[in-house]
Design a protein around this ligand. Structure first.
Ligand code: C2O
Ligand code: CU
Ligand code: CU
Length: 620
């Protein structure tokens, strides 16, 4: 099967037969390109008689209609749960929300969860952040058909932390999460309990999401003419919902609270800050508590990331309020897309931008704009409040010397192109594990996440990309990653209206080139050039155990943008998702212990994930 020599031709044909740039078209072409294997069908796991659960619960995925905005209720997909056996606080419903119930587990508990698929499409659930066996991790290969049940059984090995459960079916993760399938899962342990942090009414989960609604209060999602752009940049709503509610407000006493924040958006990155300039006191991140709290002027929170915040309202006047906002920042999207979102589509875009302007209009809430997320209203004066513990936890840290590969980090090379979002030069394909994706069990690995197409990483662009057959296409990919694909070879047309295969790609050149016209990009064939223009931030997530961030380094030329975000990264805690800015290289250390099998790594911009920016590590 020709893998890529005729890639752009196939690509275009695929699209025209489905309707230009149709929402569903993208995966098809990626399959054509990557030689993707169909997911094998696997008999869903059943309860094992030898497993004695401490906690057993039912989890249903279903369609439902819930009130979100005033007026008509909204059709959503959601998780509902039922505790069969275990401590009574295990499941906590969030009233009136489409979000799944909060699940509270204790470290060491044995848990059995019966996942029932009552949707009209396949699904499977992943426990984002939990360290569980590969068969229990919700890999898309375990997706179950409507009407089927998958039984998960695992022991909670994690330390205290906030995690996420969400669907992970092949190419449909973003859409299902967007339509409501997601919930928070807390692990508790004795180290956390000993601190006496605010709990009960004083510990507040905050799941932040953005959504777009039509006039009938129904959810809009990437589709039609905008679909492709939406998937490339990620899909952004124009309304912020917290715990499933718009204009979210909490009433607080004059004391300390613990806020457990989760970015459950499919693509939107937030820069969280208090509106009066109070620093954010950070207790923990994805993988649980820091050793000591940190005060940050603001915190960047990308999709999939979590934040544990100490919010002390002591001394504030009754009647006053404090607003958590997303503060202004720049540089996470390609410049042209950033301008588009701000409704400045024509600026600097040359004459081709007229067309693009027609295709994309400004967003009500451009990424990086300033908007409120939720409000805390001080309602009641109380006289005592817990104090912030000096030492929060002890983290077991590895040094580079503890890794099995100190001189040869495992590469995670990001490449973004008009038609493909790739890792290590390949789109997701089942059963396509490459040599550098094979990891020895019970080792600690040094890993390097970087932009394969440039931004200071030119030399690394050829990472393990294996050409399927010699072709011009593959040749150029080896030099510069995916950036100029199509744009480089043929692009000189107008895409949307071109009606030729030149066009489909040329349009993208124009859009992201930001230069005079797309054709310039095309002729230049500038892999690096276009790659740089396309470059955007990606929250890279690795399944399995949490990792440490060892270093971040930034290619020159991005200082101004980087300055608007860099004080909001927290490197002292354990992470499972890390935001990698354009031009940035991030080194991490991650253990791969206890379990063999396939563990995914992918972009947690879920639109990117579904476009193929996802791969498997095989732990063996
Ligand atoms: Cu939260 Cu593989 O994802
Ligand atoms: Cu995960
Ligand atoms: Cu991404």
């Amino acid at each position: 099967m020709p893998k890529s020599a005729h890639y752009s031709r196939r690509l275009f044909l695929t699209h025209s037969s489905l309707g230009l740039l149709a929402f569903a078209g993208m995966p098809t072409l990626l399959r054509a390109m990557g030689g993707m294997q169909a997911m094998p069908t696997i008999t869903p796991n059943k309860a094992s008689p030898n497993f004695r659960p401490d906690v057993e619960l039912e989890l249903y995925c279903r369609s439902a209609s819930v009130p979100i905005l005033p007026g008509k209720s909204t059709l959503v997909q959601q998780y509902t749960g039922k505790l069969i056996n275990g401590p009574s606080g295990t499941l906590v419903e969030i009233p009136n929300a489409y979000l799944g119930p909060l699940i509270h587990l204790q470290k060491g508990q044995k848990v059995r969860i019966h996942l029932h698929n009552n949707l009209a499409e396949p699904t499977i659930t992943h426990w984002h952040g939990l360290h569980v066996p590969a068969e229990m991790d919700g890999h898309p290969r375990y997706a179950i058909a409507p009407g089927q049940t998958f039984v998960y059984e695992f022991e909670v090995l994690n330390r205290a932390s906030m995690n996420i459960y969400h669907p992970h079916p092949h190419e449909a993760t973003a859409r299902q999460v967007y339509h409501g399938l997601a919930g928070a899962l807390f692990v508790h342990d004795s180290e956390e309990a000993a601190l006496g942090l605010p709990s009960g009414d004083y510990e507040i989960p905050l799941v932040i999401q953005d959504r777009r609604f039509d006039e009938d209060n129904q959810l809009l999602y990437a589709a039609g003419m905008h679909g492709m752009h939406d998937r490339m940049m990620g899909y952004y709503g124009d309304r912020i919902l917290v715990n499933g509610r718009p204009d979210f407000t909490i009433d607080v006493d004059t004391r300390a609270y613990r806020l457990r924040v989760l970015n459950g958006s499919t693509a939107r990155i937030y820069k969280l800050g208090w509106d009066d300039g109070t620093p954010i006191t950070v207790l923990g991140v994805d993988g649980g508590l820091l050793e000591v709290s940190e005060n940050k002027p603001y915190v960047m929170l990308a999709p999939g990331e979590r934040l544990d915040v100490w919010a002390d309202f002591t001394g504030r006047a009754v009647g006053s309020q404090l607003v958590m906002r997303s503060l202004p920042f720049s540089g996470v999207l390609p410049k042209m897309a950033e301008r588009m979102q701000r409704g400045m589509g024509g600026m600097g875009g040359g004459h081709q931008m007229g067309m693009m302007g027609g295709m994309m209009h400004g967003l009500a809430l451009p990424v990086g704009s300033d908007f409120p997320i939720f409000t805390a209203r001080v309602k009641r004066k109380v006289s005592d409040s817990p104090t912030l513990p000096k030492q929060l936890s002890t983290i077991h840290r590895y040094g580079v010397g503890d890794t099995a590969n100190a001189n040869k980090p495992v590469p995670i090379g990001i490449s973004e192109g008009p038609m493909a979002m790739l890792l290590n030069g390949r789109p997701y394909a089942f059963d396509d594990v490459q040599p550098n994706e094979r990891i020895r069990l019970n080792t600690v690995q040094l890993m390097e996440i970087f932009h394969a197409h440039g931004g200071g990483h030119g030399g690394k662009a050829s990472v393990e990309y294996k050409a399927q057959e010699p072709s011009e296409q593959n040749g150029s990919m080896q030099h510069g990653g995916m950036g100029g694909m199509g744009g480089g070879r043929r692009g000189h047309g107008m895409g949307m209206h071109g009606g030729s295969e030149d066009g489909g790609m040329g349009m993208m050149g124009g859009m992201h080139g930001g230069g005079e016209q797309g054709g310039m990009m095309g002729k230049g064939g500038g892999m690096g050039g276009m790659g740089m223009m396309m470059s955007m931030a990606h929250p890279i997530h690795l399944h399995g155990q949490s990792f440490q961030i060892v270093s971040r380094s930034m290619a020159p030329g991005n200082e101004e943008d980087y300055d608007s975000v860099r004080h909001g990264f927290i490197e002292s805690g354990l992470k499972d998702t890390v935001l990698v800015m354009p031009g940035e290289t991030v080194r991490i250390i991650k253990p791969f212990q206890d379990f063999k099998g396939l563990f995914m790594y992918h972009c947690h911009n879920l639109e990117h994930e579904d476009m193929g920016m996802m791969r498997d590590f095989l732990v063996e």
